[in-house]
Design a protein around this ligand. Sequence first.
Ligand SMILES: NC(=O)C1=CN([C@@H]2O[C@H](COP(=O)(O)OP(=O)(O)OC[C@H]3O[C@@H](n4cnc5c(N)ncnc54)[C@H](O)[C@@H]3O)[C@@H](O)[C@H]2O)C=CC1
Ligand SMILES: N[C@@H](CC=O)C(=O)O
Ligand code: NA
Length: 817
Amino acid sequence: MKIIKFGGSSVANQTNIKKVFEILHQKNSQGDFAVVFSAFGGVTEVLLQSAQKAKTGDKTYLDDIKFQEERHFEIVKTMMPVQLQSPVLTYIKLRFNELEDLFHGIFLIKECSPRTLDYVGSFGERLSAYILTELLKLEGFPAVYLDARKVIRTNDRFGNAKVDFSISNDLIQDFFHQNPGLKVITGFIASTEKGETTTLGRSGSDYTAAIFASALNADALEIWTDVSGVMTSDPRLVYSAFTIPQLSYSEAMELSHFGAKVIFPATMQPAMKKGIPVYIKNTFEPEDVGTLINNDPPNGKLIKGISSISDISLLNIQGAGLIEVVGVSRRVFGSLAEASVNVILISQASSEHSICVAVRSTEAFLAKEAIEKEFLYEIKNGEMDLVQVMKDMAVVAAVGENMKRNPGASGRMFQALGQNNVNVFAIAQGSSELNISAVVSKADLQKALNALHEAFFLSDNKVLHLFLVGVGLIGKALIKMIAIQSEKLQRDNDLDIQIHGIANSRYMAFHEDGFDLSNCPAPEDASDAQKMNLDKFISQMDEMNFSNTVFVDCTASQDVAEIYERVLEAKIAIVTPNKKANSGSLEKYRELKRLAYKRGVKFLYETNVAAGLPVISTLQDLMLSGDKVIRIEAVLSGSMNYIFSEFENGLPFSEVVKQAKEKGYTEPDPRDDLSGMDVGRKILILGREAEQELHFEDISIQSMVPEDCVDIKDVQEFFDKLKTHDKEFEKLLEEAKQKGEKLRFMATLENGKAKVGLNSLDSSHPFYTLKGSDNMILFTTERYHDFPMIIRGPGAGADVTAAGVFADVIRLGNFSR
Ligand SMILES: NC(=O)C1=CN([C@@H]2O[C@H](COP(=O)(O)OP(=O)(O)OC[C@H]3O[C@@H](n4cnc5c(N)ncnc54)[C@H](O)[C@@H]3O)[C@@H](O)[C@H]2O)C=CC1
Ligand SMILES: N[C@@H](CC=O)C(=O)O
Ligand code: NA
């Protein structure tokens, strides 16, 4: 024998009811069963509200019950042949007439006792189970209607009545013996010895089902609802949450205690006592496995689920007068109990200097008052401080019985929180080792849940959640590269990279699960594309509140660089090829580094200089290991090197500049390269990385942009104008050629001063042989004194730059492991 219970949403309308019938037809071949139904979705709530309306003299209760009556009629009229409808419609009509009389009484005397409310609350189930019995007969089932008030006996605590199991069990067994056929049972309702209607409290229909399962020693109890079982975490906050296949009763209790709405612990008690397995199944996805709750020993995962309670406050009770004084905690908790404050979490360190309790925020003030009143004398004498209240807190808890046998759960939990910069305000773990709870700030809740979910469930994979501003040449190449490499990274490096936000200067779009990278749309083509607004982009990134979030800036925009402080403040890492932030004021450069350090997040910008070549990281390593930079000599512009080396082969100057742009070597506006600004920025950044107090004014820059080209707005027009200067550049080339030299645009930094400009170099110079987009950097340092350290290779272009950005992102994955 099985007891199968369907919740209100499963029978909310004709379509859903048909789904329920399909499920029951399938059950038919699997042995004996009885069915428990809730009221049609939402009916009981409306009836109880209508009773309140009637009590306050609000006559619209009449409209509400009319509407509900119609709803019940409608189901019968659409699901039953006309000739059979009459008795069922009459039954409905009679019930609603009773209700109307009842409400009229409430309306007149302006009173509605808990006893009356229980009676009102019984109509929903009585109607649904009766109608469904008749419909099931039409489906060929030998259905027998059972009003559970006949067989479940309770005391008269209306609203939340206590069941007398010995009487109820007998009555249930008798009814089943005497009435063959498929019993169709009303959930939620029961009656007292005197025949007064009572209800079984929150999730009462589940409880009814468990009572029947226990009384009949059922083989199984199935709870059919609108979700596919108990999930590892709240899916609204943790997008990667999934259904837990099996839980022990205790685990299910712990998880449901924390607000997993699927089951209510008390309802399981009767089934649990008899060891009856409980299945949670989804009426709308019947093929889904669902969750099995039973007595089987816990297996597999260390932790089964991560749950949370938001909106709590933390009370700190402290003072020297508390140490080694017997009876303090009795007084604290006694005063809270007297004030009817429910304590959610308790923590006291063995120093006894403070006791910390978490309560619902709505009860925080009451709690503070109660404790302060109790300790009035101690507070007056300075033996105890006033109770501190920290608002806007939340509890996150890792739940699982396997913790008992395996050390390491708390290590993993607090490592994950720490690495994601989630501050923990209090911790509690009982010796049952079923749950470790931590109090965190409410603003960190989603991040904490995701971090824990990743740490315990995602097959040990680290997930980086990227938000990419600037889907241009480099941004697009980056997306492509991640798409190609992602399988290998997941397989060999346990690293999963998802992109949740994309933007260019016009549009932005977001995707909770991450865009499909092998087919990633342009921001303007994404399904929910919105006009780009940087402020909103950052807010949205912040709100999505993923752990391991990375802001990737692939623009050349000053505006975007201005937002870095806010990003780092939000404990979000930054990876960028954009040089604007690091080449602004020295204060800003230092502030960003300080902030990243303070917030414990990384700010990586290897591609600021020489694209993917390891220049910045190498210089940082030199500095960290105690070296000192004496001189830097470098060709730092891929486009300028391309231009001046290709130009030797006879093409006009303006033509080679155009080619450099087409090859993706130049800045979005190639005049940033020609003017020396880009190289100026790079040598400035290198100087700063070499711990020199370098300002942009300390750099003398020779611009190669002809004066009449400076102010032209349109890039194409600039190219036209540049053509008129081809001869001047040819002359420069000719002069160098005659001396057997080559033109190289380079930068030098020595004695706190930097110079950027065009040089004519003979064949003895290391830069003489550079080709194409090559960069070359010579570091002369205290250690590399006689011969400089040399880094050389292509230093511009979509692929080498995107690869450098990608490498920084992967580095983040290693840092945050
Ligand atoms: N091209 C190269 O070889 C290298 C480039 N870089 C740097 O990479 C960055 C990107 O360069 P490219 O991809 O070549 O430029 P691009 O012009 O192709 O792309 C820039 C993208 O940023 C977007 N954008 C601009 N301002 C924006 C704003 N305020 N908000 C949102 N989006 C905005 C644009 O719409 C465009 O999609 C630049 O900072 C550049 O200096 C660094 C090393 C090498
Ligand atoms: N435009 C730059 C590339 C980016 O840093 C160059 O030409 O080197
Ligand atoms: Na680099």
